[in-house]
Design a protein around this ligand. Structure first.
Ligand SMILES: Cc1ncc(COP(=O)(O)O)c(C=O)c1O
Length: 399
């Protein structure tokens, strides 16, 4: 067996199951979960219809192997979206690749770019999406966790990474909008990271799967957009990961794309060809249709905005929480143990939330997720409101 497998950490939901073992949730109340960050708004009908229609289309039937690089139609649709969304000029032939959801791509990317024969560090935010850590470990690298700072809207404290660590860094994961914090990285932070990149030569993987769910007027700045604004039109050393899962409510379709540095993507395509991760032609067709429509994304964002506008003020009365820049999470301070909060809340009010310490690692003597919980407002507004009301009662009843 690959000995590196034993270094993988249990997934947060596994730890949650252990935390909840032996608890009987209050049977008088129906269960509500704010635990899993999985979209629950319905999939738009036109995307389902595109999937069905693709079965009958010449060139997208099931009787042939699809190209790993994707169809020109899908790549063009992705490039056109990047143009509309960020004003970017991207070459669809060399700077875009379809992926089967951003998760597999974030993982596979580390396997492509890490050279384990040299000292290898992968820097990632803390708290973070656990795939970054597993990807780093299985690529033979050491993760380094840079804490997010609650005093600065949860911006990651990149200055806390020692220069000697940057010198060994081969890959940096950034996540903007962040999971679980919802924080969007401003241009100045990108400027700082690009300067570090120029000094040390690492590659940046920019995870942007929540980019279309935002609460400010300004849409979140994208990594490639930041690069273009700072005169890096070739996107050197930078690859952005984006996804239809949250944008279009199709997590089950497994569809996203990566875009950026053409040389890096050429190597990524080589890796993916061996890995066998071509996207089904049916999904490729429906994905091109989904990327080409924006109205359903506007409607989806509006649903989240209305929901958050109702739920956040309730919780603000009793928890240290506020509307995030973006994403569908509330990242709330609970003034005490996050695990005890989650356990007691389930027992007394049958509401599941995720302890923040499970989404972060202890580093530099503290766990930046401790004392916080993540609440995914993915269910419909009525259910999220009921959960919030129960949480208010719960907090008010605590000693
Ligand atoms: C931060 C982050 N990145 C990537 C993903 C992966 O999403 P998908 O594989 O559906 O594109 C998720 C899913 O929850 C996520 O939270």
């Amino acid at each position: 067996m690959n000995p590196l497998l034993s270094r993988l950490q249990p997934y947060p939901f596994e730890r949650l199951r252990q935390l909840f073992a032996g608890i009987t949730p209050n049977p008088a109340l129906r269960p509500i979960s704010l635990g899993i960050g999985e979209p629950k708004h319905p999939t738009p009908a036109f995307i389902k219809q595109a999937l069905a229609a693709a079965m009958e289309m010449p060139g997208s039937d099931l009787a042939g192997y699809p190209p790993t690089a994707g169809t020109p139609q899908l790549r063009e649709a992705c490039a056109a979206w990047l143009q509309r969304r960020y004003g970017l000029q991207v070459d669809a032939a060399t700077q875009v690749l379809p992926v089967n959801g951003s998760r597999e791509a974030l993982f596979a990317f580390a396997q492509t770019v890490i050279d384990p024969t040299r000292p290898a560090v992968v820097v990632c935010p803390n708290p973070f999406y656990q795939i970054y850590e597993g990807a780093a470990l299985l690529a033979g690298a050491e993760p380094f966790y840079a804490p997010s700072d609650p005093a600065r809207n949860f911006a990651v404290d990149w200055d806390s990474v020692p220069e000697a660590t940057w010198a060994k860094t081969q890959l940096l994961y950034v996540c903007s909008p962040g999971n679980p914090t919802g924080a969007v990285m401003p241009l100045d932070e990108w400027r700082k990271l690009f300067a570090l990149q120029d000094r040390h030569g690492f590659i940046i993987a920019s995870d942007e799967c929540y980019s279309e769910i935002y609460f400010r007027d300004e849409p979140p700045l994208g990594g490639l957009e930041a690069a273009a604004k700072l005169g890096r039109q070739d996107f050197r050393g930078l690859v952005a990961f984006t996804s239809l899962s949250k944008r279009s409510n199709v997590p089950g379709m497994r569809s996203g794309f990566v875009a950026g540095d053409a040389q890096v993507l050429r190597q990524f395509l080589l890796y993916r060809t061996y890995h066998g991760s071509a996207m089904s032609p049916i999904v490729q067709h429906a994905s091109a249709v989904a990327w080409s429509d924006e109205q359903h994304v506007v409607d989806n964002r509006e649903q989240y905005r209305r929901k958050f506008a109702q739920v956040a003020p309730l919780l603000e009365q009793v928890l240290d929480v506020r509307l995030p820049d973006a994403s569908f999470y509330l990242w709330a301070g609970v003034r005490g143990s996050d695990t005890a909060f989650a356990r007691d809340l389930l027992a007394q009010y049958n509401v599941t939330v995720l302890p923040g310490s499970y989404l972060a690692r202890e580093a530099g003597g503290f766990n930046p997720g401790a004392g916080r919980v993540r609440m995914a407002l993915v269910a419909d507004t009525a259910e999220c409101l009921e959960a919030a009301q129960r949480i208010v009662q719960f907090v008010q009843s605590r000693p």
